[in-house]
Design a protein around this ligand. Structure first.
Ligand SMILES: *[C@@H]1O[C@H](CO)[C@@H](O)[C@H](O)[C@H]1NC(C)=O
Ligand SMILES: *[C@@H]1O[C@H](CO)[C@@H](O)[C@H](O)[C@H]1NC(C)=O
Ligand SMILES: *[C@@H]1O[C@H](CO)[C@@H](O)[C@H](O)[C@H]1NC(C)=O
Ligand SMILES: *[C@@H]1O[C@H](CO)[C@@H](O)[C@H](O)[C@H]1NC(C)=O
Ligand SMILES: *[C@@H]1O[C@H](CO)[C@@H](O)[C@H](O)[C@H]1NC(C)=O
Ligand SMILES: *[C@@H]1O[C@H](CO)[C@@H](O)[C@H](O)[C@H]1NC(C)=O
Ligand SMILES: *[C@@H]1O[C@H](CO)[C@@H](O)[C@H](O)[C@H]1NC(C)=O
Length: 538
């Protein structure tokens, strides 16, 4: 079964849900009208199992009922497909608004893109984002945000019909004021309400409260000729002409409605000498809105009144932000242009949203993202904080500073002693040429040098080594005793300049006169250790 073009229809097709509708008699020979069995899905997966059996068992099914999940909100409705002349037809879904009759499903329309100059309204709710799907039959209301400054090109009421908008979304053409008064642009119309009130309605018309005065100023360079005002109100007579004030008289061609009455409802059009026009449609209606009641404790409101065109301007106290529209206008529908806004306490973005908690070594000691609250940080062992350890949540909803960072504490490479070297013990935290906290290094001296100081040092949390590196001092080694004699003094090592005196046991003597040995500055003896030999051998 192929449901062409019904993308939004999700069929919950669980086998036991299928009810057999009016079936032909299974013994009926004539089955030229039977349809292929519909393909079955179980819990969303199409099943091929038992295809042949299903084909047989269901070859006389003429109607399949199922529960459809329809529209962006997944509204559940009974649906069915029918076998008509060997083809499945449908789905048809029951419509509560139509006494439960099964009707073909219509597709939604999607609003792909909203030009920034357009204000799109649906059931008097402003649509801020494209991508929303609207049900079949729905009508949008579209106007240019700045009425009179842009001219709407196209229809202001596109309707959704089975997946297609009746017309493309209109566009907004800039007028003379925005084009430096080029002659090919439609004239700008400025709207002035010196007394009374008016509201710009979602479809771009001007709803005026009776008794108001309205000036329309058509902007056109007087040097290029006179524009022309026309109107569709059958009986109306309106004063038109160039403005009188010196700074306005060369570019503002005015039409005035004094003490507006119902009969002044109609379209007012300004045409340039080249015949390019811009219009404003006026409805004079006596409408009042419900008084505004603010329930929240925090919000304050200044209401001009409850007549059409009156505004209510909301404010929140320090430490709160307004959520919703801050200004409401009483509209021709008798409704305020939006719901009463709320005041929400200022909150700074939670730290996890800022990614602070992804930083593995940064620890949050305290976290209060309300206005006036603070967050305090510390670092894991072996890491140090760069930046301030605390941030405060400011009235703007921003944290007062950038969050701090944790960087590994490292010790510089240790100074190598002259004639010494490092025993390259594995230093776990060695990072490039620096050493992490806890790294241990060991020194050794070249032969004939003696290590003086600590042979191993450790990188501490302060980023400093536990001890200064040792020295390697040249030392002459202890050479043992000569044969048949003594060497004095006896030491483990001898400093350069030290002397060693060899004395022979009685009856022995040195071959040559070499009873003194001297330790040289490089840690070697000036000569080898002599042996004492017996007199008889000499
Ligand atoms: C249907 O599918 C969902 C998600 O794949 C699964 O969690 C659920 O257990 C399934 N139900 C049955 C009855 O198989
Ligand atoms: C209008 O004129 C001003 C100043 O001469 C210039 O900066 C601006 O770009 C012009 N705008 C247009 C739409 O031509
Ligand atoms: C709300 O009204 C105030 C005062 O009239 C105005 O300054 C402000 O720009 C308006 N804000 C919006 C969002 O319309
Ligand atoms: C929207 O406003 C129009 C007139 O501007 C009114 O007729 C209609 O009832 C309003 N719809 C809702 C849902 O308020
Ligand atoms: C957060 O900070 C605000 C302002 O200092 C304070 O009023 C509030 O009690 C704090 N919240 C918590 C949970 O500590
Ligand atoms: C607060 O943050 C927002 C968005 O991050 C930024 O646009 C705004 O300029 C910031 N305000 C201040 C006072 O820093
Ligand atoms: C001294 O005697 C020892 C042992 O016999 C020998 O190894 C050594 O070479 C002798 N030293 C000299 C200078 O002859």
């Amino acid at each position: 079964m192929i449901l062409k073009g019904q993308q939004r229809l999700i069929i919950v097709f669980i086998v036991y849900r299928i009810t057999l509708g009016c079936c032909k008699d299974p013994n009926d020979e004539i089955n030229a009208d039977s349809c292929h069995p519909p393909s079955f899905s179980f819990n969303g997966t199409k099943t091929e199992r038992g295809e042949a059996r299903i084909r047989n068992e269901f070859s006389h099914v003429q109607e399949v009922k199922f529960s459809g999940s329809i529209g962006p909100l997944g509204e559940k409705r009974p649906c069915k497909i029918k076998c008509v002349e060997g083809q499945w037809v449908g789905p048809l879904c029951a419509d509560q608004d139509d006494n439960g009759r099964f009707q073909p499903l219509f597709k939604n329309c999607k609003l792909e893109y909203i030009n920034k100059h357009l204000l799109v309204t649906f059931k008097n709710i402003t649509i801020h984002h494209a991508g929303i799907a609207f049900p079949h039959g729905l009508q949008l209301q579209v106007r240019c945000k700045e009425l009179g400054l842009y001219k709407l090109l196209g229809t202001s009421n596109p309707r959704c019909h089975n997946g297609e908008w009746s017309t493309r979304l209109p566009s907004c053409v800039p007028t003379t004021l925005l084009t430096n008064f080029t002659e090919d642009a439609p004239p700008t119309i400025l709207i002035k309400i010196p007394s009374g009130s008016a509201s710009i309605e979602p479809a771009g018309d001007l709803a005026v409260f009776p008794g108001s005065t309205v000036h329309f100023e058509c902007l056109y360079p007087r040097v290029l000729g006179n524009p022309d005002w026309t109107w569709t109100t059958p009986l109306g007579q309106y004063l038109t002409g160039w403005a009188i004030a010196p700074e306005e008289k060369s570019w503002k061609y005015r039409l005035s409605i004094y003490y507006a009455k119902a009969q002044d409802s109609g379209t007012f059009t300004c045409a340039t000498p080249k015949g390019i026009t811009n219009s404003i449609t006026v409805h004079v209606v006596s409408v009042t809105c419900q008084p505004i009641s603010v329930s929240g404790m925090h919000i304050t409101v200044r209401v001009e009144g409850t007549r059409l065109g009156h505004k209510a301007i909301f404010q929140c106290p320090a430490g709160y932000v307004i959520s919703g529209s801050p200004n409401l206008t009483c509209q021709a529908s008798g409704k305020w242009s939006a719901a009463v806004p709320k005041c929400e306490p200022v909150k700074c973005p939670p730290l996890d949203i800022l990614g602070a908690l992804d930083e593995p070594h940064l620890q949050v000691e305290e976290h209060n993202n309300s206005y006036g609250g603070r967050a305090i940080f510390s670092c894991a062992w072996g890491y140090k904080l760069i930046g301030a350890p605390g941030v405060e949540c400011e009235i703007t909803g921003n944290w007062s500073r950038k969050l701090p960072k944790c960087v590994a504490i490292q010790c510089p490479p240790p100074v190598l002693p002259v004639n010494g070297h490092l025993i390259q013990s594995e230093s776990p935290g060695m990072d490039g040429f620096r050493y992490a906290v806890g790294s241990l290094v060991q020194f050794a001296c070249k032969g004939a040098h003696l290590l003086e100081g600590e042979a191993s040092i450790i990188c501490t949390e302060t980023g400093i080594w536990s001890h200064p590196p040792p020295f390697c001092k040249p030392r002459c080694p202890y050479m043992g005793e000569p044969e048949n004699g003594l060497a004095a003094p006896t030491k483990f090592a001898y400093e350069p300049g030290d002397e060693l005196q060899v004395t022979c046991n009685p009856g022995f003597e040195l071959k040559l006169d070499q009873e003194r040995l001297k330790c040289l500055p490089d840690g070697t003896w000036d000569t080898y250790l002599p042996n004492c030999t017996s007199y008889d051998q000499i």
